[in-house]
Design a protein around this ligand. Structure first.
Ligand code: 5GP
Ligand code: ZN
Length: 110
């Protein structure tokens, strides 16, 4: 989507310190970290959030979920928290689906 900041990062039109990339996914640190390590993992293909996934996205979401631990491990994390916010009421601010990876220090219980 032309006005989506994460699509612009995928297109190289906005900068990001990419820590992981393959044909389907990109991972980079957030600009507003809430933990010692705070990465965002996004699909290159735009979709708003979990609510907009369709059956066609099944392979992509499975690939994303199984790649999250590899991205966490490459950031040196053994324990971490993954969050995806869905919709404004769910705290979502950027409407390109993303998974937060938080870790690097002891996280409080949830
Ligand atoms: P949400 O609240 O939608 O779940 O999370 C949005 C995330 O994107 C937040 O961690 C926010 O700090 C981050 N963010 C917003 N704009 C940018 C940006 O231009 N670059 C990067 N790297 N992160 C961003
Ligand atoms: Zn997008």
């Amino acid at each position: 989507m032309s006005d989506c900041i994460f699509c612009k990062i995928v297109a190289g039109e906005l900068p990001a310190k990419v820590v992981y990339e393959n044909d389907q996914l990109l991972a980079f640190p957030t600009i507003e970290p809430k933990a010692d390590t705070h990465l965002l993992v996004i699909p290159k293909k735009h979709t708003e959030n979990l609510n907009t996934l369709t059956a066609d996205d099944a392979d992509m979401i499975a690939h994303l979920m199984t790649t999250l631990p590899k991205i966490a491990a490459s950031a040196g994390l053994t324990g971490y928290r993954t969050i995806t916010n869905t919709g404004a009421e769910g705290g979502q601010e950027v409407f390109h689906m993303h998974f937060h990876i938080l870790g690097g220090d002891q996280l409080p219980g949830f």
